[in-house]
Design a protein around this ligand. Structure first.
Ligand code: OOB
Length: 537
């Protein structure tokens, strides 16, 4: 495995191979196999354009040849920041075939996040759209390139200006050595750790297992049509089962310019979409819009909802309004717990399903690290065939994030029901889950402390009727308390993604502390919940 990664112990790896979880096939070969079986079927739809499996397969080869011509090869990291476009799909497969690993940044990330990712991975190239949501990514690329000596190439999907156009890279295919299935296929970003985003190395073997098991659980086959509503750069829409799970089953992936009902519903009707994945806030919007929509949504057979806590009320409405619900609890680090197609209505609405693989080992532990009595809540730990054993280049962090025997500490609080279903009841990690977007409190606090008027700060979640949680910053000012507008402008200038900017600010003369001298965030959360009572900012 690539240096900087933590391997599964050899005997465990041997067991995962023996039991058929790891099949020794790379993600690039997987596409080749499906393309051989379903060459003329439609793999991808975007706007009025369609690509067959054969075309997708060829595109990946031609792009891999072009990237290879740039000197990009096995073991390299390529920072990729593309919205849900066909280019993102072509590029991922090209990199899988080259044995170079895409580092999947999210479209809202800015200089602060991208600069960190470039440095943390020594990425050799950065692939961006020209302009996305009114933001010129070539300007961002100039900034990043100036501070990241490893970056040899900036490649642009669209008008490249002084950079290289992705469209110009295609070449006649060249023979390439197939990467080792046990090596890193891609890097996902962690949503839930302390400090800057950690990098999650997912191997071909483990990610192929992830997509296969979730595709099987969703009942996907070559008649399935998946609408990619959420960002494909995120694990959920990429591989749970998402785009890759659909393609491995021979189905069709449909891209939508935005996940709003205005864009998504006509596509569902036109393409007879059968399955999609949503975060709860989007599901809420869709359920409401479906009441008035003129489109025929009856092709939807399965609607995944996850990424953040789903209320029982919303869970109960999805089935009637859209299509059968599947609760999805997952994480970029691996473990996926999802509803089954034969779950009773009660189990469906009130639990986050069961872990996908019989080989997923889950424990629920108390503060002392010991297992809690059955049915009680504690921190969820997991180990399994598609859960990492360590973050990339992070030995110190790994020592805290994993137990000595390899269990990942999820930071989520859960309980297991008598039937083995998981119920997520909260979390111990210091992250705000803003409608599925993960905001690490300490990262935002560090940025805020750099403001000359901020003496001390604590960032906590406040309840929100739509997003579930929003971000509130308690600020102890030096003299004049900065306004929300000032703070927003300050963070934007520092290149922080917009979703991490606090939604609300409370000025206080001091922060509360616990008896052991830590900021009492529980008290702050209770304070803001009581005073704002879930009102919209
Ligand atoms: C998904 O992945 P990440 O890596 O962005 O975030 C993982 C964290 C979990 O540890 C948990 O805190 C939270 O997001 N979460 C949920 C949840 N699903 C994720 N919390 C409550 N209920 C749920 N259903 O968010 C992700 C990855 C794959 C599939 C689905 C979600």
């Amino acid at each position: 495995m690539m240096p900087g990664c933590v391997q599964w112990p050899e005997e465990v790896a041997a067991r995962y191979r023996r039991e058929g979880y790891w099949r020794g096939e790379t993600l690039g070969d997987l596409l080749r196999r499906v393309a051989a079986a379903h060459g003329s079927r439609t793999a991808l739809v975007s706007g009025d354009s369609r690509w067959s499996y054969r075309e997708l397969d060829e595109r990946a080869d031609r792009l891999a040849a072009g990237l290879s011509g740039l000197g990009i090869g096995p073991g390299d990291r390529v920072l990729v920041q593309l919205p849900n476009t066909p280019d993102l799909v072509f590029l991922c497969f090209a990199l899988f075939r080259l044995g170079a690993a895409p580092v999947l940044a999210l479209p809202p990330h800015r200089h602060s996040e991208i600069g960190h990712l470039a440095a943390a991975t020594d990425a050799v190239a950065y692939v961006v759209p020209d302009v996305c949501q009114g933001f010129d990514h070539r300007e961002l690329a100039r900034l990043v390139q100036a501070s990241a000596p490893s970056l040899r190439h900036v490649v642009v999907s669209g008008d490249p200006q002084e950079f290289t156009a992705l469209a110009d890279l295609e070449r006649d295919p060249v023979p390439l050595a197939s990467p080792d299935p046990g090596d890193v296929a891609l890097f996902l970003l962690s949503g839930g750790t302390t400090g800057r985003s950690k990098l999650i190395p997912r191997t071909h073997d483990d990610y192929a297992c992830n997509i296969r098991l979730s595709a099987e659980n969703a009942g996907l086959d070559e008649t399935s049509v998946y609408l990619a509503a959420l960002p494909i750069a995120h694990n959920y829409a990429l591989g749970c089962p998402g785009v890759l799970g659909t393609l491995q089953a021979g189905g069709t992936v449909v891209l939508t310019p935005t996940p709003s009902p205005d864009d998504a519903f006509p596509l569902i009707e036109r393409e007879r979409v059968t399955v999609t994945g949503l975060v709860p806030s989007l599901a809420q919007l869709w359920v409401e819009a479906a009441q008035w929509a003129r489109q025929d949504l009856s092709s939807l057979r399965l609607v995944q909802v996850g990424g953040a806590a789903v209320s029982g009320e919303l869970a109960g409405r999805v089935g009637a309004a859209l299509g059968r619900l599947q609760q999805s609890f997952g994480m970029a680090e691996g473990l996926l717990s999802q509803s089954r197609r034969d779950d009773s209505e009660e189990v469906l609405v009130s639990t986050q399903g069961k872990p996908l693989a019989p080989a997923d080992e889950v424990r629920v532990v108390g503060e002392d690290g010991g297992d809690v009595p059955p049915g009680e809540a504690g921190e969820l730990l997991v180990r399994g065939p598609y859960t990492i054993r360590g973050y990339y280049r992070a030995p110190e962090h790994n020592a805290a994030a994993f137990t000595p025997d390899g269990f990942f500490r999820t930071g989520d609080l859960a309980r297991l029901t008598g039937t083995g279903h998981l119920v997520i009841v909260g979390r111990v990690k210091d992250v705000i889950n803003r409608g599925g977007d993960k905001v690490p409190a300490d990262e935002v606090e560090d940025h805020l402390l750099a403001h000359p008027e901020v003496d001390a700060v604590a960032v906590v979640a406040m309840p929100d009727p739509l997003l579930g949680e929003r971000t509130c910053a308690y600020i102890v000012p030096r003299r004049d308390a900065p306004s929300l507008k000032t703070i927003e402008a300050f963070l934007r200038k520092r290149g922080v993604a917009a979703y991490k900017v606090p939604d609300w600010i409370e000025d206080v003369s001091a922060l509360p502390y616990t008896p052991v001298g830590k900021i009492d965030k529980a008290r702050l959360r209770a304070d803001i919940a009581r005073r704002r009572g879930g009102r919209r900012p």
